[in-house]
Design a protein around this ligand. Structure first.
Ligand SMILES: Cc1cc2nc3c(=O)[nH]c(=O)nc-3n(C[C@H](O)[C@H](O)[C@H](O)COP(=O)(O)O)c2cc1C
Length: 520
């Protein structure tokens, strides 16, 4: 034995390296999985290595500030700085090509809106409730005025970690906003007392009968037991994957997730593309009315927009019957997801501006816009883009990925792998351990407050008290080279209906104001 060790010890280090390389080369030549490695033993591995670290290299070193998608470095930096209450200004002027196609401009007034001493925004620069009340037109028993025009969009416990959900939920409470549960049901992490919009899709998680159908009894009990649920959203589709149901793999279904979703532990659950509770538009309206009647809450629908035929049918039924959804959430094709096939994420459904414009115009032509609270989602979590959305007819904004970024998401784009390095989109306890819930909830709240403050300031610059007063003529968009910019009404061919607005004080005094701000 000593002789062998002595012999091995006498082999120089460089010979060891050669031996290891020879072994790798032999393995490369005889394996059949990778042609490149088989044809180019050893050096072929560099290709896979560089491909693996390419996204990080581009993100940190190569890509310029405005280059990346879904969110470029400037956008991410703005959310990070805003959520930390750091300096989110830029010096020396814009680095954007303001002549570029689709660039938007807000037409400022000669004299901005003046805030008097006792104005609600003189007291709180971030106070910005929704100008409309959900469920007011349909006389629901418990109407709801969101106390914040920016809110957390649908993301389930399951696609996000428990710690991420709890951070968002505690954050919206501080910011007086609402938290949409996403499709995974209501979890304890959603239940810290802030306003919640309960959302369900075709899986009916949390309100699911044993045979996988919708259970009205469970819905009623859920709402009764959790009075912080202020509205219900029925998901028809989302921008990243319209017409596709979700898959929750068995290995991700822990006892806790199984209990919350009302499914079996370890058994893969497929949510189908279609609802079992309704198959036609009249049936859907009856379904909405039944939930609203049983729970007393406003009920809305969420969808990505493509063809308009069935929306027209819905509008006609609403006109004829006086019934229908209290709010409509329009998700843009640029919307995010936990996981979707690229062919769907890239190509199915319209981008937000086109989809929302088409839908709003349809409802406006039928005189229905006053009845509905319009919510927009799809990269709208930036004040100037939100101003454009309000000018087009949106009443509220939902944000998903921007909210994730405010609590530390670095856009690693691995939400579908359970390996999210920031612990946000993973069920790994080890990866979640880095999240400090108190700190992250403050960050979400600060992002929302900064967003509202800047949006109010943009409205003031345009001479308005509230962004609901923006009209299509207030925002221009670059359309092409010959006709460098057109106002929104000429670009999208409609004028938005004037939103009835008395004053910010009137909104503050509203008996239906949410966000625990109601002093009545
Ligand atoms: C991780 C993740 C999970 C999501 N889960 C849902 C969901 O359960 N139901 C749904 O309707 N939309 C879901 N969405 C879509 C978002 O709610 C939102 O509509 C979309 O991402 C656009 O908003 P954003 O651009 O601010 O991210 C999810 C998005 C992400 C990023």
């Amino acid at each position: 034995m000593d002789a062998i060790l002595e012999f091995l010890g006498r082999i120089p280090w460089w010979l060891w390296i050669i031996v290891v390389l020879v072994v790798i080369a032999i393995r490369d030549i005889f394996q059949r999985k990778h042609t490149i490695v088989r044809n180019f033993p050893i050096v072929g591995h560099f290709r896979y290595f560089l491909e693996g670290i390419g996204p990080e290299l581009r993100q940190y070193l190569v890509a310029n500030n405005r280059e990346e998608l879904p969110f470029n470095r400037i956008e991410r930096g703005w959310v990070y700085a805003s959520s930390k209450n750091e300096n989110n200004y830029e010096g020396f002027g814009t680095d954007r090509d303001i002549y570029a196609h689709q660039h938007i401009f807000v037409n400022n007034a000669m004299l901005p809106f003046k805030i008097e001493k006792d104005h609600p925004n003189a007291i709180d620069k971030t106070f910005l409730p929704c100008a409309k009340v959900m469920g007011a037109y349909n006389k629901r028993r418990k109407p709801y005025r969101p106390a914040s025009i920016i809110n957390v969009s649908a993301m389930s416990f399951g696609s996000l970690s428990a710690k991420a959900i709890e951070s968002l939920n505690k954050g919206i409470k501080i910011a007086h906003a609402y938290h949409n549960t996403g499709e995974g049901g209501l979890s304890p992490y959603h239940s810290n007392g802030g306003d919640v919009v309960f959302h369900f899709g075709t899986g009916y998680f949390g309100v699911r009968s044993d045979d996988g159908n919708f259970s009205m009894d469970k819905m009623k009990k859920l709402v009764k037991d959790n009075p912080f649920i202020r509205a219900i959203e029925v998901k028809l589709s989302q921008g990243a994957k319209p017409g596709k149901g979700g898959v929750l793999p068995g290995e991700k279904i822990t006892q806790e997730i199984a209990d919350i979703r009302g499914v079996e532990v370890g058994k893969t659950v497929l949510s189908p593309p279609n609802h079992k509770a309704f198959s036609t538009i009249p049936e859907m309206v009856n379904f909405i009315e039944a939930i609203a009647e049983e729970t007393g809450l406003p009920v809305g629908i969420k969808a990505a927009i493509g063809k308009l035929g069935q929306w027209e049918e819905l509008a006609d039924i609403m006109l004829e019957t006086g019934k229908g959804p209290d709010f409509i959430t329009v998700d843009g094709g640029e919307g995010g997801t936990g996981a979707a096939p690229p062919s769907f994420a890239d190509h199915v459904s319209l981008p937000w501006v086109y989809g929302f414009g088409d839908l709003y115009k349809l409802f406006k032509d039928k005189g229905l816009t006053e009845r509905i609270v319009f919510i927009g989602s799809g990269k709208l979590g930036f004040p100037a883009k939100a101003a454009m959305a309000f000018a087009m007819g949106a009443d509220c904004i939902n944000v998903a990925r921007e909210a994730m970024m405010s609590i530390g998401c670095i856009q690693a784009q691995v939400c579908d792998t359970n390996r999210c390095p920031t612990g946000i989109a993973t069920q790994s306890k080890w990866l979640q351990r880095g999240i400090d819930i108190t700190l992250k909830s403050e960050r979400l709240a600060q992002y929302f407050k900064t967003f509202r403050k800047e949006l109010i300031e943009i409205a003031h610059a345009a001479g308005y008290e509230h962004p609901c007063q923006f009209t299509m003529d207030d925002i221009d968009v670059n359309v092409d080279d010959h006709n460098l910019s057109e106002d929104l009404s000429r670009t999208y061919h409609y004028h938005k209906t004037k939103v009835p607005f008395i004053s910010m004080q009137h909104l503050k005094d509203c008996e239906y104001l949410g966000g625990q701000l109601n002093s009545n």
